[in-house]
Design a binder for this molecule. Structure first.
Ligand SMILES: [Zn+2]
Length: 419
């Protein structure tokens, strides 16, 4: 049995609380222990408490040097496997072109689809492995990972196999989502309904039995899949056995939030344009909103989702990066925390809850991840700050000192408090 004790923790963010996602005022309660220690055995937390009261005979000692210790981030919305980059479009957008204009000119998602189809499984693995390191170095220990840049059965399965291999070979944990309905591929532009039929009748029935994805997602938007089509695809996915996550109300309010509520989706993601009636529908159905402020920022837009309205309505808000090569090229959860505090007017504590315990519940992993309490998996970050609020406050600086996955060090050597 291997034991580890982390001592001299200035602030231990336990996120202790009820065994469900946190809502309303609960989102401000991080369960902070000061001058704390945490004992871990075989990758699982055994006890937390005041340093000096935690007994740890024979355990390896780690000194947190008075810094903050938090749960590893759970990033509940990412697109981390793709060929190429979109750095050319990034430059075009800097010169004034809009995301929709670029998409209509054959760029956007389709340019990534072409590069992803052309790449071998090994090439995709090597490229994605680099991003896995970035996630870990930013304090993220689990990601939800969507396919969606293949848009043929073969290419979608290729991406899902890469996600499976990343999960097996990298310290980062991946939870896979099938996103065959990400965009209508160019070859079906004249007959989009044929592509929809293919997703429903060929892809969903063939992807589910492989076990390579547990969730299914649809990009519900006027430039992608309309409300009625989204409903048909989601119904087929639900019938097959998938859990449902949905991209809705990003660029326009199409009533996607209400549809997510009606379908009993686990999450509704984006929601930049969702209004009060959409929020009320999500609240009635217990759907968790996954907010992605980095995509608003990176597109140069200013219409952020109504996080305050959602928290007031009792929604268990989640924050995620939306890491993808077009609209959100960042793996950094600290950057998302900063955006959430500055633009969504969430408090640092609410933001921290949103990307740990609430994110874990949105992926049905709340019993193992997202909190540092006895029985939970020992996925945690030691930060080079004494006050957790400095993580979003001193933005653009990586404060991560070390990252631990199931009690094992996976990132180390970053500067601490005593430099
Ligand atoms: Zn997305």
């Amino acid at each position: 049995m291997s034991s580890l004790v982390v001592r001299n923790i200035g602030q231990l963010l336990t996120l202790r609380g009820p065994a469900r996602p946190r809502v309303g005022g609960e989102m401000s309660e991080l369960g902070i222990l000061t001058d704390a220690a945490m004992l871990i055995s075989d990758g699982v937390i055994v006890s937390v408490g005041k340093d000096g009261q935690v007994e740890a005979d024979g355990a390896t000692e780690v000194d947190a040097e008075g810094g903050v210790v938090s749960p590893g981030f759970v990033d509940a919305h990412t697109h981390p496997v793709f060929g190429g980059t979109r750095v050319d479009e990034y430059e075009l957008r800097a010169q004034g072109a809009s995301y929709v204009e670029i998409s209509q000119a054959g760029g956007g998602i389709m340019s990534t689809v072409r590069a992803t189809r052309a790449a071998s499984e090994d090439e995709l693995f090597r490229q994605s492995r680099r991003y896995a390191d970035w996630f870990l170095k930013g304090g993220t220990t689990t990601v939800e990972a969507k396919s969606g840049y293949g848009l043929t059965l073969e290419d979608e399965l290729k991406i899902l196999r890469v996600i499976h291999r990343l999960n097996a070979e990298c310290p980062l944990d991946y939870i896979a989502t099938f996103l065959g309905a990400h965009s209508i591929p160019t070859e079906f532009r004249d007959e989009p309904s044929e592509y929809v039929d293919m997703v429903i009748h060929q892809m969903i029935p063939k992807v589910w039995p492989t076990g390579l994805a547990e969730w299914c997602d649809v990009f519900c938007e006027s430039i992608a899949f309309d409300l009625r089509t989204t409903e048909r695809i989601m119904m087929a996915a639900k019938e097959a056995g998938f859990g449902l996550r949905m991209h809705v109300d990003q660029l326009s309010n199409e009533g996607g939030a209400a549809l997510a509520a009606r379908l009993g989706a686990t999450t509704a993601d984006h929601l930049e344009r969702t209004d009060a009636s959409g929020i009320a529908a999500l609240a009635d159905a217990g759907v968790q909103p996954v907010l992605l402020p980095a995509s608003v920022y990176a597109l140069g837009l200013d219409h952020y989702p109504d996080a305050r309205g959602m928290i007031s309505a009792g929604l268990a808000v989640v924050l995620a990066t939306d890491f993808n090569p077009g609209s959100s090229p960042t793996t950094s959860m600290p950057a998302v925390l900063s955006l959430a505090c500055t633009h969504l007017k969430m408090s640092p504590a609410e933001a921290m809850t949103a990307c740990t315990v609430n994110a874990a519940y949105s992926l049905h992993r709340g019993d193992q991840l997202g909190a540092l309490t006895p029985g939970k998996q020992a996925d945690f970050v030691i930060w080079g700050v004494e006050d957790y609020r400095e993580i979003p406050y001193f933005f653009g600086v990586n404060h991560v000192r070390s990252v631990w996955k199931e009690g094992r060090s996976v990132v180390s050597g970053s500067p601490g408090l005593r430099v």
